[in-house]
Write a protein that binds this ligand. Structure first.
Ligand SMILES: Nc1ncnc2c1ncn2[C@@H]1O[C@H](COP(=O)(O)OP(=O)(O)OP(=O)(O)O)[C@@H](O)[C@H]1O
Length: 247
């Protein structure tokens, strides 16, 4: 099967004389999979997410070597608007991502910028609200929503462009267990619809939803763990990795 994303010898530093933040990363992400990227704080997870969605090198400065192929094409050749139609990202701090007065306006924003017609936008808003099961939030002010609802609103805003790949950067980390369960359910639903999901997280329970877990250390992928293994064995591999690193 052809990977939807292929990272080839990716290295990155934010400044010429600065430290290597990503160091010779190679990885393939299969279409329709859930991949988790985990590792201690500062190991480079968010920087890798910025590279995967094209923000690096398109809008964040730095020195990038290697390449990332999206459906076989270098992301360097694609414009940011073209990339945002293919890859959506939800950040940990959703408050910085939600700035409009209603959830519906958040969902419509990117589509309006692409000059879609009123009918197309209406249809798209309804589709996205239904997919995430949040029709009741349509007219709500995002800033007044609960943590879980805010994450769903941020997911809705990126689903408006119907991206193939959805990156969730620590989107679950500040949620209580009910809200976390809600978002995990929606992630699995999106996977069933054929979306490719990349989840950045370090909570062992959250990592369990992935098909593949990539463990990062100092800008490198240290281990690749295929899920579907015995749950206890998986748990103990992950615990060993984090315990070893904390020493
Ligand atoms: N804009 C920037 N300029 C310079 N250095 C940066 C910048 N952003 C991040 N870094 C550095 O890059 C390294 C990796 O940061 P990154 O945020 O990618 O790690 P992370 O694994 O996502 O961490 P966390 O789990 O805490 O979010 C850190 O040392 C960080 O200080």
């Amino acid at each position: 099967m052809n990977p939807i994303l292929e990272v080839q010898s990716l290295s990155f530093r934010y400044a010429k004389a600065g430290p290597m933040i990503l160091d010779s990363i190679n990885m393939k992400i299969e279409k329709g999979s859930i991949t988790a990227i985990a590792g201690l704080s500062g190991c480079g997870k968010t920087t890798l997410a910025f590279c995967l969605c094209g923000a690096i090198p398109k809008s964040l400065p730095g020195i990038m070597e290697g390449d990332i192929l999206l459906e076989g094409r270098s992301i360097r050749e694609l414009s940011l608007p073209a990339l945002s139609k293919k890859i959506g990202i939800v950040f940990q701090d959703v408050d910085n991502q939600l700035f409009l007065p209603t959830v519906e306006a958040e969902i419509a924003f990117a589509a309006e910028n692409l000059c879609l017609s009123y009918e197309e936008i209406e249809e798209m808003i309804e589709r996205v609200l239904k997919t995430l099961g949040i029709e009741h939030l349509r007219s709500q002010n995002p800033s007044l929503l609960s943590g879980g609802e805010k994450h769903l609103a941020a997911m809705a805003s990126i689903l408006s462009l119907d991206p193939e790949v959805i990156i969730l950067d620590e989107a679950l980390s500040q949620l209580d267990s009910d809200n976390r369960g809600l978002i995990i359910d929606r992630i699995k639903l999106l996977q069933r619809e054929g979306k490719t999901i990349i989840v950045i997280d370090h909570d062992l329970e959250n990592l369990m939803m992935a098909d593949t877990i990539l463990l990062m250390k100092d800008g490198r992928i240290e281990q690749r763990i295929k899920a579907g293994e015995n749950r206890e064995l998986l748990y103990s591999k992950l615990t060993d990795f984090f315990l070893y690193q904390n020493k």
